[in-house]
Design a protein around this ligand. Structure first.
Ligand code: PDD
Length: 284
């Protein structure tokens, strides 16, 4: 693969993009990111991704924000240069290159801004059609999961543990309640009510989560943003995950328990169709 990637204002071949070993992303995981999905060569929900990036940067006291228009142009350029029809654009901003010190560098320090595309079958893929299995695991992340940082070692470890046990993904659990998936939000449907955890500091408030909640309302489903336990999830009538890379993907097994008859839920399928239809309409 020889993609064209973005590094600090320049478009270069991926093998030629080099970042300093003193970058704060490398030394302190001092970097934030967004993943925007691309359908038919167009960006889905770009503005909301930028708003969340601003919030992440502001929470971690980044001294200034990125210019959204410039970031939009670079996203579109990358899509064009790489002929991307379906997949994602990954954008990362780090606090930049600085001598290793626990204190933040000078506020004038240049950020390091990187971006690249990834091709992915977002619409037609095995997980969407057949559903996925998830294993539960203790949520050992820090207490600010609402900020989209690149500190992803624990979710990556959790996903590895799940695959070692033969599962597709993991749902993380804190104080007996499911928080979220390794890189997605977790949902269940019980007694006709769609349930997902309230957006607090212990989960990432997904952009897809927001859009899917709107879709559920339009389909006249009741929504509750509240905690749920593993056993509530296992005895739910349906379960699913949402994210920019999975849209709405059915969950058919949690640990050793099948969800209903172990096939993707009817309402989950409807929600997925509605979400994709709306996403296509708002794509830019
Ligand atoms: N992950 N929760 C976590 C922990 C996530 O990492 C993500 C997204 C989500 C869903 O957010 P959104 O709907 O805005 O994609 C929830 C991205 C896709 C990733 O890290 O690749």
């Amino acid at each position: 693969m020889n993609r064209i990637v973005y590094l600090n204002g320049e478009y270069v071949e991926e093998t030629k993009a080099k970042v300093s070993i003193f970058d704060r992303a490398l030394l302190f995981s001092d970097a934030l990111y967004e993943v925007t999905s691309v359908l038919d060569g167009k960006l889905i929900d770009f503005d909301n991704h930028m708003k969340r990036l601003d919030r992440s940067m502001s929470e971690l006291k980044y001294p200034r924000m990125l210019n959204h228009d410039e970031i939009k142009i670079l996203h579109k350029e990358l899509v064009k240069k790489n002929n991307l029809n379906e997949g994602t654009v990954y954008l990362q901003v780090s606090r930049g290159v600085a001598e290793r010190s626990f204190d933040f560098p000078d506020s004038e320090n240049d950020f390091t801004v990187t971006a690249f595309t990834q091709e992915k079958d977002l619409i037609n893929n095995k997980s969407a059609l057949e559903g996925i299995s998830v294993m539960t695991i203790e949520d050992n992340r820090w207490g600010r999961c609402d900020i989209k940082t690149v500190q992803l070692l624990y979710p990556s470890f959790a996903k590895f543990c799940a695959s070692q046990e033969g599962f597709d993904d993991a749902w993380m659990v804190r104080n007996g309640n499911v928080t979220e998936g390794t890189s997605n939000n977790a949902w269940i449907i019980r007694n006709g009510t769609v349930i997902t955890r309230q957006a607090d500091n212990l989960i990432l408030k997904g952009i897809t989560r927001e859009a899917v909640a709107e879709c559920a309302k339009e389909l006249n489903y009741k929504i509750d943003f509240k905690n749920f336990t593993i056993s509530e999830a296992q005895s739910a009538s349906e379960a699913f995950i949402t994210s920019a890379t999975t849209f709405v993907t059915p969950v058919i097994k949690i640990n050793n328990a099948k969800i209903s008859d172990g096939s993707p839920g009817k309402f989950t399928k409807l929600l997925r169709e509605k979400y994709i239809e709306k996403a296509r309409k708002i794509a830019i």
